[in-house]
Unconditional design. Sequence first.
Length: 412
Amino acid sequence: MYDLAVLAEWLQFAVRWTHVITAIAWIGSSFYFIALDLGLHRDRNLTSGADGEEWQVHGGGFYHVQKYLVAPEAMPDHLIWFKWESYMTWVSGFAMMILVYYFGANFFLIDPAVMNLTVPEAIGISIGSLVFGWIVYDLICRSKFGDDNTRLMIGLYIILVAMSWGYTHVFSGRAALLHLGAFTATIMTANVFFIIMPNQRIVVADLKAGRKPDPKYGKIAKQRSTHNNYLTLPVLFLMLSNHYPLAFATKYNWIIASLVFLMGVTIRHYFNTRHARKGNPTWTWLATAILFVLIAWLSTAPMFAHDTQSGDITPSPADAKFAQAAGFEDVTQIVQGRCSMCHAKEPGYDGILWAPKGVRLETPNEIAHEAERIYIQAGVTHAMPPANLSMIEPAERAKIVAWYRAATGQGT
């Protein structure tokens, strides 16, 4: 039978898989080239005219890599461009944003307790903020302010802190941290698309025309590439945060996000320093550990869940069809008896301190609001309860399936 909910789940899975694969490819190549550039031996007078060289071994073979500061004298016949990893990471990530946060805006994007937005308003703010972020960042980098890299990095950090605060005062906690990651990732990909690749094309065009390329283009591209290097780890944290209520569903989620960017700096500073053979700054590990402990403390001081609702939610028109569908009374009893001991404001199951994934299922309104997840997790699949700890019966799962399909007009 054609099941839209199951189809949507598999579509999300496929897009998420693509996103992870392309992100691995992009991050891997980015980290490799930063490490390579920092580790080049530049104290050798190379006959090729290269700025530096490095010998590496991998997979049973030896590699001799040379870097030209501006460009070689002649254009190579075969030139590999590293760009599609970046582009596809952003495209697949934005596709996930559409599938999860735009199509599911009432569930994941909008929190009336934070700001009572309509779906078009929320989506408009989401897209507009991504465009705004790139424009502001690019203008600052091109300005006199951007001539000093240290000053520029401090200025950009202040902007990220401001966006952390801003997002958490517009969207749900889950969506706020995810959007901060998307805001940063958009800047990173735009750096590749609008700055790094065009500058490289100018150098290639000069070579083909027999002109000496201007070294400023390589310098600009290097600055943007360095920014991407330091932003990568925070983006990964923010993209994963939507699975962990301790990160997003707290009063201090914007401070947590701000500290995550500092952790990204301390971690990358250690590896970049080591790769450049400029020492062994082990103090960065202590700094990172302190930041992480502070984040963990903030997550429960006190626990304040935007996304876990401060009280029973107000049903939306989409929720109403599930609350009015045949079998809802039976499903409510099943869920309250089999699921709400964990999915509650104050869970009663030993070892569970807060509602898993921020999902509460104590009232009929909350159950109707989470209809699709209940259907997928406990009806179509047996993912919930974990290991069937509450002993939900096959007949009860069948009632959940029948109720959801009746509400969505899919029959039985």
